[in-house]
Structures are given as structure tokens and as C-alpha cells.
Design a protein around this ligand. Sequence first.
Ligand code: PLP
Length: 230
Amino acid sequence: MSIAENILEFKGKLPQNVLLVAVSKTKPNEDLLEAYRAGQRVFGENKIQELIKKYDELPKDISWHFIGHLQTNKVKYLVPFVDLIHAVDSLKLLETINKEAKKINRKISCLLQLYIADEDTKFGLDFEELRTILSSEFYKELQTDQNAGVQIAGLMGMATYTYDNEQINSEFAYLKNCFDKLKSEFFNDDDNFKELSMGMSGDYEIAINQGSTMVRIGSTIFGERNYKKI
Ligand SMILES: *Cc1c(COP(=O)(O)O)cnc(C)c1O
């Protein structure tokens, strides 16, 4: 199937409340344009330089999401171009995004990354570390700042890379459970905390069953990436 057909198929089968993030990392502009012409407007990248180059060269009504691991010293290059950052994994990173976004009068949606996998190759924080961020002075001040540069919009997580669907299911269930707990403890009167970014090509159906609101789909739309080992 073509990229356009894949996009249309996803749009047809995803529930209304689940956003499709087309993960276009390593793919050429012509592939993104094909998806764009099929109606796709949200694209996910994990390298800053690549995202900026594509931003420059592609239509300006694309919404760019950063899905990779972000270093604090690179934040300033990214903030002019990105609408949502999926994987905030430290208070320092959140503070830096806030500072850099304020400088240019932007407000960037951020998801906090919860570590749910049974692998040490993945980034993220545990539940108590998330509570620590949300209990911090920084976060309290942020809530009263009319011109805040960040908005915490929810959580993100990546399940273990495994064929064991039960394990993936329980990891996503755990993420949803943490989301619900944080929502009631810290965001009771804040409707902006509503996104749960979970699910990729191999596990998005399980993620949707567990309450995902954003799926990050790469290879099922664009085909295998050439660096990827199969
Ligand atoms: C690459 C990537 C994806 C997409 O993976 P596919 O298996 O190709 O769908 C999703 N999320 C993150 C964080 C990624 O780095």
C-alpha cells in the first residue's frame, strides 16, 4: 500500500479522540508530502536538525512533534519550530524549555515521560519522580504564570520491545493508572492535562485499548527505516 493509503486507513480506523502522529524520522520530504496531501498534518521527528530542515522545506501548517530524547543544551534550537515535546524526562529539561520558549513568546505543550519498560535502553522517570516534579516550586510558579513557556499536557511512555502482548498490555495499563492518579492529585481543575502518548506500529492497538490519545506511527505508514534492524 502507498503512504497515502496508509494514512487514510489509519484515519479511518483510529477512534475520534486518538491523534495520529506520523513518525517521519529518516524519511525524505517527498514521503512526508504524500502523507500531507492525504490530509496528515502532525509529524514526529527525533533529531533537531532534521526537524528544522523539514520545517523549512515543507508546508507551514504542519504541526511538528519532537519524540526523541532531548538534551537541555539543544532546547533553544528546537523551541521555535515544535508544538509538542513528547518525552520530557527531568525537571531541568522542563525548566529549560520554559525559559527558552518564554524568550520567544511561545507556549509549548510537554508530556512527561514515564518509564514503563523492562529495558534499560529507554529514558523516562518513575512515578515518584513525576510527583516530585509536579510538587516542585517551579511547577507551582508555572501555574500562576500567565506567560508560561510550557504547558504540561499529559504523559508519554514506551512499552518493552517484545512479542509478549500481555506484558505490553500491563505496561500500558500501568501508564494509564499513573496518568489517572496524577490527574486527580495535581490537575483536578486543569483540563490541559489530557494526553496519553502511547502506542507505536507494533503495539498501538493495545495502547488504544488502554486509553491512548496519541499514537506515534512510523514504519506502518512510511515503511521500514533503513537503519532499523529487523
Ligand atoms: C521511531 C519512534 C516511533 C515510531 O516507531 P514505529 O515502530 O516505526 O512505528 C514512535 N515513538 C518513538 C519515541 C520513536 O522513536
